[in-house]
Design a protein around this ligand. Structure first.
Ligand code: IMP
Ligand code: MG
Length: 178
């Protein structure tokens, strides 16, 4: 696999994040209920870090770890929650943040588990959404960019753990094998 063309540039991301943050803040309304932003690890790490700094509301930051693309897989192997969801969400406005919406399994898994934690509200936000039916049909409140159905890395997204540190989102393409 080789890192190739830029799909979303660092500049495009930087311009979009304040707009997303404003939309999220508006969605919380005039009287937010002790909001907590739950970032899905590890892919949403960079995005969430940039996003929270543009959210003009007092909030707490929490983490959930979901694994769906273990190792060198480039298609979802089924979402699995590692450990527990944050247990202190009752009565609070929860903003769930993930890097990319693909099969939709990650968001659906976390959404399905939320009611038992009794948050006051749940809103979801992803930086990227692939233009494929499984992603388009998964309810999500805030979407940064719709992108083609390619495997991407950078800005938090990985291939076998690598490339999360790239400032832009790039397509990864298979290298020809001899
Ligand atoms: P879903 O559960 O299939 O919607 O995929 C969500 C998770 O799969 C994301 O949080 C990523 O960790 C991973 N993922 C999906 N598509 C890609 C991709 O193109 N590159 C890297 N990781 C991806
Ligand atoms: Mg992920």
């Amino acid at each position: 696999m080789r890192v190739e063309r830029v799909v979303v540039s660092a500049e495009e991301i930087a311009a979009r994040i304040p707009v997303l943050a404003r939309d999220i803040a508006e969605g919380l309304g005039a009287e937010p209920r002790d909001p907590v932003l739950v970032a899905v690890m590890t892919g949403a790490l960079i995005f969430a870090a940039d996003l929270v700094r543009h959210l003009p509301v007092p909030l707490r930051l929490s983490l959930a770890t979901v694994s769906s693309y273990p190792g060198t897989a480039t298609s979802s192997q089924g979402a699995r929650l590692k450990g527990e969801l944050p247990q202190d969400l009752a009565g609070r406005d929860v903003i769930l943040v993930d890097d990319i919406l693909d099969s939709g399994r990650t968001l659906r898994l976390v959404q399905a588990r939320m009611p038992e934690l009794e948050p006051a509200s749940l809103r979801t936000c992803v930086l990227l959404r692939k233009r494929i039916p499984s992603a388009l049909e998964t309810p999500c409140d805030h979407i940064g960019f719709d992108i083609p159905d390619v495997f991407v890395v950078g800005y938090g997204l990985d291939y076998d753990g690598y490339y999360r540190n790239l400032p832009a989102v790039h397509a990864m393409v298979p290298t020809a094998t001899a």
